[in-house]
Design a binder for this molecule. Structure first.
Ligand code: G3P
Ligand code: MG
Length: 246
């Protein structure tokens, strides 16, 4: 039986500022076997890891990522807002920094393309080039709420896995996933029923539900047969998987 993947959502985001190198490193120490991160694009076409299109929630900057150069973004603090201030000095990482961290490990990287609000033309090609450059093509899952982008991604890079992100209400989502070339369903976790997990598996499609922090809910999904879980608390999931011998 394949091991159930433990994806740290934005890194170990319960205990570190999300989408920082500190959060990614900590998640590995806490037992994550996968990392989920969000990628946006700067004015000068660089890929950076930050959830929001706008800077003010998680940095000391203001305005949209798309209107700033990488150099401007690198002057910002992405850690001071969190907790007691001990993460002051964390920067918005470039995608390449995370790829480098994972290069010599067997961690699976879930790169979420944040191209639903702003379309970021050319983002797919840039992500493909970066992943290839670090030799990680077989260890990524590319997800997005923009399924046109995922279909395009799969055409450009058939060797990389993709997963459709959605909230609810898709009828036979495994058939829909197949229509955009995706092998994984990154479903909001309340949109997952055990019989659907079984039917998806029979059609070669796996579930990676998000974002699951309650151990009881994790256990329900594990017993339903999901292939991975996206969580803010990878330590909690790691302990549960160990207890269940998975
Ligand atoms: O990839 C799962 C999850 O991250 C999708 O939602 O808003 O947390 O990026 P969000
Ligand atoms: Mg995300």
């Amino acid at each position: 039986m394949a091991k159930i993947l433990n994806f740290a959502h934005r890194g170990a985001s319960a205990v570190c500022p999300e989408n920082t190198m500190a959060a990614f490193r900590r998640s590995l120490a806490l037992g994550a076997t996968g990392i989920e991160t969000d990628v946006q694009m700067t004015r000068d076409g660089q890929l950076v890891l930050i959830h929001d299109e706008e800077l003010s929630r998680t940095t000391n900057g203001k305005g949209y990522v798309k209107d700033k150069t990488l150099e401007e973004l690198r002057t910002l603090d992405a850690g001071a807002w969190f907790g007691d201030g001990s993460f002051k000095g964390e920067k918005i990482p470039r995608l390449e920094e995370l790829l480098e961290l994972l290069q010599d490990r067997d961690t699976i990287l879930n790169i979420e393309l944040k191209n639903g609000v702003f379309l970021y033309p050319g983002m797919e090609e840039k992500v493909i080039a970066a992943v290839r450059n670090y030799g990680l093509s077989s260890r990524v899952v590319i997800s997005s709420f923009n399924h046109y982008s995922l279909a395009r991604f799969k055409e450009l890079a058939p060797d990389m896995e993709t997963g459709i992100l959605y909230m609810e209400g898709l009828y036979r989502p495994w058939e829909y996933a197949a229509s955009v070339g995706a092998r994984a369903l990154h479903a909001y976790h309340w949109a997952v029923l055990p019989e659907w997990v079984r039917d998806a598996a029979q059609n070669g499609v796996v579930y990676h539900p998000f974002t699951v922090n309650d151990p009881k809910r994790m256990e329900f999904l594990i017993d339903a047969g999901v292939a991975g879980i996206i969580t803010d608390v990878p330590d909690v999931l790691a302990r549960l998987l160990e207890r269940k011998g998975q």
